[in-house]
Write a protein that binds this ligand. Sequence first.
Ligand code: HEM
Length: 219
Amino acid sequence: MWKKVYAWLDERIGLQDLYKGILDRPEPKGNWWNTLGSASLFLFVLQGVTGIFLTAYYTPSPDHAYDSITYIMNSVAFGWLIRGIHHWGATLMVVVVFIHLLRVFVTASFKYPRELTWLIGIGLLILTLGMGFTGYLLPWDQRAYWATTVGTSIAGTVPLAGPWIERILRGGETLSALTLARFFSAHIWMLPAALVALILIHLYLVIRLGISNIPRQGE
Ligand code: HEM
């Protein structure tokens, strides 16, 4: 029965070709340092899954945000676990993505023909930091409020465009309900959508170009 379903789908969408193109490749020569990209990908998916669960209870309004987090932590079954994974996973993802970047830098894997993979990687790092920045405000407690006040003020020191960037981020002169709504929207829609798009291009390039070998003398 499953064979028939598979054959039916394969004939229409080419499952066999997809499998051959994406998964059925010779195992690349590498070492543990080459697992950091996949670890980043795993953490991104983990953040996505736990984040989706959190949106079932989180409310992005100044009146309810803090209480909804307290409710998740104390009253929702396994809420503390899901939030804990999301909270620590965010820090871990920044660390792992950064060590992945360092590995790529140390092995000079950013050189021809992988310049684009590197540039897209820089975009991924900026977006990952953006996820951390926007997520930090969501609990709407004192720490979140003042950290974001400082963060957006720093953005305001950019030459020329600074005050304009600060206003866009805050949605006004000071932090308000509009800031929370903006950060929430960026955190669950805009930044993840951009991350998914860039990760797909990043992985396509990794598959197309293969993994670089560590440069050694005489090779
Ligand atoms: C969400 C973040 C990221 C994900 C999910 C990701 C994913 C991956 C994966 C799965 C690989 C192949 C396995 C490996 O060599 O580790 C890879 C390779 C690569 N990544 Fe990333 N990456 C991310 C961020 C970055 C960053 C920040 C940079 C650098 C600025 C970068 C640059 C590269 C390069 C140049 C390669 C090719 C390495 C080679 O051929 O040896 N990536 N990435």
